[in-house]
Ligand binder design. Structure first.
Ligand code: MIG
Length: 769
């Protein structure tokens, strides 16, 4: 579309380009300096300006108003032979003929070049062959579609690709193809699934030198081909909206994650109890049964902070109602749980039952809060309550109303909300693309807002809870978009109790974390299908280290509470849930770090050691923060496993033995053992085990210090509200010198610990002799 570069002009932080032919096409391509290491590349095909829903706050407002960018950061714009050179301290963009943009780092290394060739379309199969294959029911990719909006960028042989939210498969996304279209598909998810529940159109490329990210901020259906059709380039594109992407330059993957979360926001601190163990099932059949679950957790000495109420707690699946047949008094059940230190989270789906005189339905009809057909009738589809209508969450008024509706749950004593079915799901075929919705200040369609429906629902929920409780709202969502991390945590939806899915859990959670969604977890034990004792035991060993640690499974599947698999598995559950509770202050410190830097709690090894070839495709190990390496067993029958430890000195968590990194080893891993390694010089803050968060009369902090040297910051606040944003927290600098720890308070704003105990861990060289 764009020919030779004719001229450019600088307006604030933006550089506009005119090409042969571009005037006629009406598009005005633009490169804008957003920050020192982030440039936006923009072609306003739709004539709407940015309309970002992911980037909010001051920057988002500026971008949406068209005044975005940071003029102060733009160092120079000049024209040279190669093209127009746009420079900041960290990043250089070279814009040449055809609106090809190449990026260089500060040292002048090429980070990313536009691909100048044509797309290699088609699988090389004849039409006749394709027809035949289709007849037998094969799904074939066939010819690659050229998208109306499309960008091709070069790939080098060694490039690895990460991010993209909750996609299936492995850590490294190179050679795969994906779609961003929030999808509820209950089939067992395989490596070749193109879309799942969430759309996070953000990818990172790790290069031999440096790394960079691409955030394609287009919330229509988008497509990513990451070197599947051609090893020399990747493609991202869409049929609607704009070419609107952010190029995030970096030296490391961490730089890129931090740049992406600078744009889309950083997952805020949650209440501390949310880090506890959560028990769930769809569904507990009666009040008696669910009371029994709470009782048994305690009888078995299992720490637990939360029990989830799935759809059956509602009256005929009507949101913001309570099933009075099942529960003599729901509020009483919740209050009794609270006495036991157990909180309640309830599910809320978007679909509102179409029923005369049902208050939520009537209010929404009266105010015009539900999506409509193009003819102006309220659009009806079917979900759990039968015929149902869809709140138009893109309308700020509807979000406000939905936020107020949360009062029903808050008054019942509920502590958090679990948002399901918000892709949105529908039982009578998908919602047609032309169903009328709102996108903030303008009319829109389902096709255009589908991918932000869950995001807006979570935002409404978060804001309602924040206003009414003043606590950090706990929201869990299934569907979301880039930036949802500001409002909600997430779980990965309907996995199955199969070994393929315990394996998938690690790369899936790691990529979600690097895509901004820090607080995530899988259904521990698996949702669909029947878990086995061994699979369940191994899954507990992953859940223990996932930000969200929730055991959940489906109606009709084998019961999955920790005591359902016999004594050995119960003991294993006790061991790992207890370890989880010991690690609470460490996890809490990590959550604080995420809020400040965007770096997730649960990290693939490649995020910490991105120059190490051995970790670029490591799918079965991960880090919890920068100090703990977890190597769970994800193979049926395995009682040992190969572990890779990156460079440095490590200590075996269970034996204290010192191990030299930069090599592979074989670790014995009986069913009750998940291999864990701790970095030399680490300090791990711990609590004594307790049955729930807050049950700490003596208020003891244990600092476990490993041989070696290291400096860390430990964070402490009331674990509940937003006071910490006004300074109501303590911070301690911990300096470890070979097991001796100096504790220095560097911020004072909260009560002191009752006692700080320092414990040495790991076997020192001297003790070995
Ligand atoms: O289609 O509410 O992913 O966690 O238990 C089933 C019932 C609807 C899907 C969720 C799952 C939940 C279930 N829901």
């Amino acid at each position: 579309m764009f020919g030779k570069l004719k001229e450019y002009c600088v307006e604030g932080a933006k550089v506009y380009f005119t090409y042969e032919g571009s005037r006629e096409a009406g598009a005005r391509p633009c490169v804008e300096v957003v920050s020192e290491s982030i440039f936006n590349v923009f072609i306003d095909y739709a004539g709407t300006g940015h309309c970002t829903r992911a980037i909010e706050g001051e920057l988002g407002e500026r971008l949406n108003a068209g005044t975005g960018g940071d003029i102060a950061k733009l160092e120079s714009v000049s024209q040279e032979e190669a093209g127009v050179i746009i420079r900041t301290k960290e990043l250089t963009g070279v814009v040449s003929d055809g609106f090809h943009v190449d990026f260089y780092d500060r040292e002048g290394n090429l980070l990313s070049a536009a691909y100048r060739g044509k797309r290699k379309s088609g699988a090389g199969v004849s039409e006749a062959a394709l027809a035949l294959l289709a007849e037998e029911g094969h799904e074939i990719s066939g010819a690659a579609d050229e998208h109306k909006i499309q960008e091709l960028r070069c790939l080098d042989a060694g490039d690895c690709i990460y991010g993209l939210g909750d996609k299936t498969g492995f850590l490294n996304k190179r050679h795969y193809e994906y779609e961003m279209w929030n999808t509820d598909n209950p089939d067992p998810q395989e490596d070749n699934f193109k879309a799942l529940y969430k759309s996070i159109p953000f990818m990172m490329v790790l290069r031999e030198k440096g790394a960079y990210g691409i955030f394609f901020d287009n919330h229509n259906r988008t497509f990513f081909d990451l070197g599947k059709e051609n090893n020399d380039y990747y493609m991202f594109g869409a049929e609607e909206g704009n070419l609107d992407y952010y190029f995030i330059g970096g030296k490391s993957l961490k730089d890129v994650v931090s740049g992406y979360t600078y744009l889309t926001g950083r997952a805020p601190m949650q209440q501390m109890w949310t880090l506890g163990y959560h028990q769930s099932r769809w569904g507990y059949d009666s009040e008696e049964e669910i009371r029994g679950i709470a009782r048994k957790m305690r009888e078995h000495g299992l720490p637990c902070d939360c029990i989830h109420f799935d759809i059956d707690y509602m009256d005929h699946f009507k949101v913001f109602t309570w099933n009075k047949e099942r529960y003599t008094d729901g509020a009483k059940v919740i209050a009794d749980f609270k006495e036991m230190g157990i909180k309640a989270v309830t599910i809320i789906d978007p679909g509102v039952k179409l029923e005369k005189d049902y208050y939520v339905y009537e209010e929404g009809v009266k105010e015009g809060y539900f999506a409509k057909t193009p003819e102006g009738e309220i659009y009806v589809n079917q979900v759990w309550p039968g015929d149902a209508v869809y709140p138009d969450f893109g309308n700020p008024q509807v979000r406000k109303w939905w936020g107020e509706k949360q009062k029903f749950l808050i008054d019942m004593g509920v502590s958090g909300v679990w948002n399901d079915m918000n892709e949105p799901a529908s039982f009578r075929g998908p919602l047609p693309d032309d169903v009328v919705f709102t996108d903030e200040d303008k009319k829109s369609t389902h096709g255009q807002v589908h991918n932000i429906y869950g995001h807006n629902m979570a935002k409404a929920t978060y804001e309602g809870w924040k206003k009414q409780t003043n606590k950090r709202p706990f929201v869990i969502t299934r569907a979301c978009y880039s930036g949802s991390q500001k409002y909600t945590t997430a779980w990965t939806g309907d996995n199955h109790s199969i070994w393929a899915h315990i394996r998938m859990a690690i790369p899936q959670l790691c990529n979600l974390g690097m895509s901004g969604m820090n607080f995530v977890g899988t259904d521990v034990g698996g949702f669909g299908s029947d878990s086995t004792p061994e699979l369940f035991a191994r899954w507990m060993q992953i859940g223990c280290f996932s930000p969200l640690f929730r055991n959940h499974c489906a109606l009709g599947c084998r019961m999955q509470e920790p005591w359902q698999f016999g004594g050995e598995v119960l003991a294993i559950s006790q061991k790992y849930i207890s370890l989880r509770y010991e690690l609470l202050p460490y996890l809490y410190d990590l959550m604080r770090e995420t809020e400040q830097t965007g770096i997730p709690m649960m990290r693939p090894l490649v995020l910490e050691y991105d120059r190490d070839e051995n970790v670029k495709n490591r799918n079965d190990e991960f880090m919890l923060g920068d100090r703990m390496l977890i190597a769970p067993v994800v193979e049926q029958g395995a009682r040992e496993r190969m572990v890779y430890l990156p460079e440095g000195i490590w200590y075996d968590y269970w034996t204290g033995e010192k191990v030299e990194g930069g090599s592979f080893l074989v670790r014995k891993a009986p069913l009750d053992l998940c291999p864990i390694y701790v970095k030399a010089g680490a300090v791990i803050p711990k609590y004594p085990v307790r049955m729930c968060v807050g049950e700490d009369k003596d208020d003891i902090l244990i600092l476990e210090a490993y041989p070696g040297e290291g400096t860390y910051v430990h964070y402490q606040d009331n674990g509940e509200d937003f006071g910490y944003r006004e300074g109501a927290y303590n911070e301690y600098r911990l300096v470890n010198r070979d097991g001796k720890v100096d504790v220095e308070k560097i911020h004072e704003g909260y009560r002191d610990y009752g006692k700080i105990e320092i414990k040495t861990a790991g076997i020192k060289d001297a003790e070995m002799r």
